[in-house]
Design a protein around this ligand. Structure first.
Ligand code: GCU
Length: 349
């Protein structure tokens, strides 16, 4: 049977195959987390500011002697409200001057608040550094003294960070913690999908231009290859993944199964027309193939009965998809589509 088929029945998927697929992703791609990753963090509010429409909270989560920052923006109306956990990677933090500048193209805060959503922004750099050797930094250094070929690295540590933010959100009466989405762009999008796959408390995982080892299939990828990603970013995925450099067809899973791991919860994938490196067609195909997993739950995955139109959101099923005209970016229009999908579907969550 080709890996690209999804030929499970509901019973075997839930009882065993889903767990096996998750274990394959862990062992060969994103890495296995140590038992310490299940330990609770300690949370502290460092600062709170009240704005006319929202409250801004600067928070710190602590594990042993490591402090990790995140920010929370709570609308003053609409409680309990749904929320996003945005995975802010270091290059974005710098480029968009966050948190000094709150409103930006990647985070249109006023629009999110106006729509009645809370937003948490995870500062991933505090969790693990995005540099060669980053697997030995911060949380990874503390939790994982003994590194194995299948040990977790930076992307999995960031995804764990998103789950730890969710632990905190669950304690807040202002948040409807059954309605929390995880979202990221590019390497942040790869992280959001892994967070959704590993933590079924997330109601929705949103990936913007996540490309290779995100939403795009590895088999037949016309942009970045497994070898490209492993050579340039050896600190993102486990060492075992390097076995598949120039051997994508030998991978025991492919990325449509990462989307299938979200089922029957919601998933939204967006691509860009001028983003060949992230292989937009491979992302769309993965969504189509993953739709079979939703059928097991009598839900529709991606519903697209016509040829793809750019700048149009296919949002009727439990997998949403659109492709914006333009480059490898997360835009205001993307956020409008994500918000409207989440709003429409949130009532069904
Ligand atoms: C590089 C990398 C991609 C990644 C992107 C990003 O282009 O090759 O895999 O998604 O950086 O995170 O911006």
């Amino acid at each position: 049977m080709s890996i690209l088929n999804f030929n499970y029945n509901k019973y075997s998927w839930e009882e065993s195959e889903r767990k096996k697929v998750l274990a394959l992703f862990e062992n060969y791609i994103y890495g296995v987390r140590p038992p310490e990753s299940l330990e609770r963090f300690v949370y502290q509010i460092l600062d709170e500011e009240i704005f006319p429409n929202f409250i801004k909270r600067h928070l710190q989560m602590t594990y042993q002697d490591l402090n990790m920052n995140f920010y929370l923006f709570l609308p003053r109306k609409n409680k309990p409200c749904p929320a996003f956990v945005f995975i802010m990677h270091p290059a974005q933090e710098k480029h968009y001057n966050f948190p000094k500048k709150l409103e930006s193209e990647i985070i249109p805060l006023s629009m999110i608040i106006k729509e009645g959503f809370a937003l948490a922004v995870l500062i991933t750099n505090d969790i693990a550094k995005d540099e060669i050797g980053g697997e030995k930094s911060n949380l990874l250094a503390i939790m994982d003294k003994k590194r194995e070929p299948n040990s977790w690295k930076v992307i999995s540590a960031w995804a764990l960070g998103a789950s730890k933010v969710l632990d905190y959100l669950e304690t807040l009466p202002e948040i409807d913690s059954k309605k929390v989405a995880t979202i990221g762009h590019s390497r942040g999008g790869k992280t959001a999908l892994w967070a959704g796959a590993t933590d079924s408390r997330f109601a929705l995982a949103i990936s913007s231009c996540s490309g290779n080892t995100g939403a795009a299939l590895s088999r037949g990828n016309t942009g970045e290859t497994v070898k490209d990603i492993n050579e340039r970013f050896p600190h993102w995925f486990c060492d075992n993944y390097k076995m598949f450099n120039e051997r994508e067809n030998s991978l025991p899973v492919d990325q449509h199964l990462l989307i299938a791991l979200q089922a029957p919860r919601l998933c939204y994938v967006s691509s860009a027309t001028e983003d060949e490196w992230a292989d937009p067609d491979g992302e769309l195909l993965a969504c189509k193939l993953a739709s079979k997993a939703y059928e097991l739950y009598k839900e529709q995955g991606l519903l697209m009965s016509e040829p793809l139109k750019a700048d149009y959101s296919y949002s009727e099923g439990h997998i949403g998809y659109h492709r914006h005209t333009g480059k490898h970016l997360i835009t205001h229009q993307d956020w409008e589509f994500y918000l409207s999908f989440f709003k429409k579907k949130v009532s069904q969550v």
